[in-house]
Write a protein that binds this ligand. Structure first.
Ligand SMILES: Cc1cc2nc3c(=O)[nH]c(=O)nc-3n(C[C@H](O)[C@H](O)[C@H](O)COP(=O)(O)OP(=O)(O)OC[C@H]3O[C@@H](n4cnc5c(N)ncnc54)[C@H](O)[C@@H]3O)c2cc1C
Length: 530
């Protein structure tokens, strides 16, 4: 087939905020009033008067890059360099809002093909220019913040021109996608063939196929469709040492599976230029509903029972008592009566017969374990608002409230310990009035992830309040022997904790691979590799 490209492209995100400016609603009056009851409201507009630092690259460097990808695809423009600075964590946004553009790339380079990526990497290695692969720019763990020490400058390698559906194999149910396709663009291309990928992280609107692979992302339908890495059957990767093509069969016993080496490699081992994924038919039916549990523990036990019985629906998420209460208090959040206990959202997608059968079996288990069915209302409200939270975060930052999220994962037997430790660490660090909310939305037969949302007073310097709280939470995660990240990746923020998780030998293995594929160390220096 000839390459198919999306008919409609997602608009650019502003540098200081999340998402499509047309979807930003501001803080509804009712919510502003509620927030004001808990936190001091203080209007804190973003600074836009700070200039982007001058590019450190010489005219010769720039001319060399232009010769490889064309003049128009080597961009020194301040606006684009500002937008390509860091990602979209709360610290990233706070730094942008404060006018800190110290990590701005020196130039944005937009290759149009695998071969152009290869050529840029060879040139960068020769000239000692650092290269930061840039997909959607939704990184939340500092994966786009390269350490430029010892380099002539930093190229943001923007993969946004590589946005095609390259191949579709309906017999094997696979599709080969270019890395710069954003979530909705990839789904729209596949939908024209009656197929879907089924990867819906909260960053779906902006994150890309290459980014999903490079961070081992997990989406809201992970219970039914799996994590992104589980959907990948093949990869093409450009490294400074040459090309790596992986995935000649769905499974093999040809030594360790090297696909796993490049999945989650966060731009430090190569640039992913093609991703072959498993696709499936578009669902005939989608049904989402709510269940209520007396406690977080009771709901979590029900999730475990379903996972261990191989009975997971497509979506399953459970809010703790605090998250349940806050969402019910928010008129734009999940609807429903009362706020006691813990709300679970359960979603079914597939053929009408498959949905009916799975729903009947799951309903029997949940009822038997003491859950109360709440009907379609809470499920549909969740489905309707599932991508809204990041816009609300901007509105809260606008009024001086500190909001951030973090996530981890552990085995079922350690869930309560991990939950208690992380919650206590955040509350102690941020002090009185801090709200710590938690949900479980990715489950396995052996364990689950925990996703925390924190809201606290920002005071005069929200960044200075958040960084010690994040460190305390990370230390609590390590002390609980849990994963420093379940799906947000390592980046620079989690790097100090990685060796504790994988051990000294594990860290040395990563360094050895880096040395082999990127001997000059130009790829995302300072990210991931301990
Ligand atoms: C509001 C919000 C909600 C989020 N929700 C979720 C969620 O539900 N689930 C989840 O898993 N994550 C979530 N994230 C995190 C983020 O969206 C994911 O990590 C996502 O996979 C990043 O994709 P991206 O295209 O934006 O990558 P980028 O941010 O551009 O890059 C991320 C990292 O991957 C590298 N990279 C990007 N593309 C390539 C490539 N082609 N080859 C090699 N390296 C590359 C970059 O150098 C960087 O280190 C969320 C983030 C935000 C801001």
């Amino acid at each position: 087939m000839t390459t198919e490209r999306p008919a409609v492209l997602q608009p650019e995100m502003p540098a200081t905020r999340w998402g499509d400016p047309a979807h930003a609603t501001g803080l509804p009056d009712g919510v502003r009033e509620l927030v004001g009851l808990v936190f001091p409201i203080q209007d804190t507009p973003a600074r836009t008067d700070v200039a982007v630092p001058a590019s450190r690259l010489t005219a010769e460097h720039v001319a060399g890059l232009r010769a490889l990808v064309g003049d128009e695809n080597v961009v020194l423009d301040d606006g684009l360099r500002r937008q390509r600075t860091r990602g979209k964590s709360t610290p990233d946004l706070l730094r942008q809002r404060a006018g800190d553009l110290g990590d701005a790339p020196d130039v944005v380079v937009r290759p149009g093909s695998h071969d152009e990526v290869v050529a840029v990497l060879a040139h960068a290695a020769e000239q000692r220019i650092a290269v930061v692969p840039f997909g959607g720019g939704t990184a939340v763990t500092g994966g786009l913040v390269a350490d430029a020490t010892g380099f002539a400058g930093v190229v943001s390698l923007d993969l946004g021109r590589m946005r095609g559906l390259l191949a579709l194999d309906p017999v094997s149910s696979t599709a080969t996608l270019e890395p710069g396709l954003r979530g909705p663009e990839a789904e729209a291309l596949l939908a024209e063939h009656g197929m879907m990928l089924g990867h819906f992280p909260q960053s779906f609107e902006y994150a890309t196929i290459g980014g999903f692979a490079a961070t081992r992302s997990s989406g809201q339908s992970s219970a039914g469709y799996g994590r992104f890495d589980a959907m990948v059957v093949g990869l093409r990767v450009a490294t400074p040492a040459g090309e790596v093509r992986l995935g000649s069969a769905p499974a093999n016993a040809s030594g360790p599976d090297l696909r796993e080496l490049f999945l989650g490699s966060e731009g430090a081992l190569g640039v992913i230029t093609e991703v072959t994924v498993r696709v499936r038919p578009l669902p005939e039916v989608k049904q989402y509903e709510g269940w209520r549990w007396a406690s977080f523990a009771a709901g979590a036990d029900a999730m475990r029972t379903l996972a261990q019985a191989d009975l997971l629906p497509t979506v399953i998420r459970l809010s703790d008592e605090n998250e349940t209460a806050i969402n019910l208090a928010d008129p734009s959040g999940i609807g429903g009566e009362g706020s006691a206990g813990c709300l679970m959202v359960v979603g079914y997608e597939g053929t009408a017969d498959a949905v009916a059968a799975k729903r009947a079996a799951v309903t029997a288990v949940l009822s038997g374990l003491g859950g109360t069915a709440e009907g379609a209302g809470p499920g549909e409200a969740w489905a309707h608002g599932r991508f809204n939270a990041p816009y609300l975060r901007d509105s809260l930052l606008d009024v001086g409230v500190l909001v951030e999220t973090l996530e981890t994962a552990t085995f079922w037997s350690n869930r309560e310990n991990l939950y208690a430790r992380v919650k206590a660490a955040l509350e102690e660090s941020l002090g009185e009035g801090t709200m710590v909310l938690c949900h479980i939305s990715h489950v396995y037969p052996t364990g689950c992830s925990l996703y925390f949302t924190v809201a606290a007073r920002g005071d005069d310097d929200p960044l200075a309040r958040w960084l010690p709280a994040k460190a305390a939470a990370s230390e609590a995660i390590v002390a609980a022997s849990a994963a420093i990240t379940h799906h947000h990746a390592v980046g620079t923020d989690h790097k100090p904790y990685l060796t504790a998780e994988i051990g000294e030998v594990g860290a040395a293995v990563l360094r050895a691979v880096k040395e082999t594929v990127d001997p000059a160390g130009i790829l995302n220096p300072g990210v991931l590799i301990p």
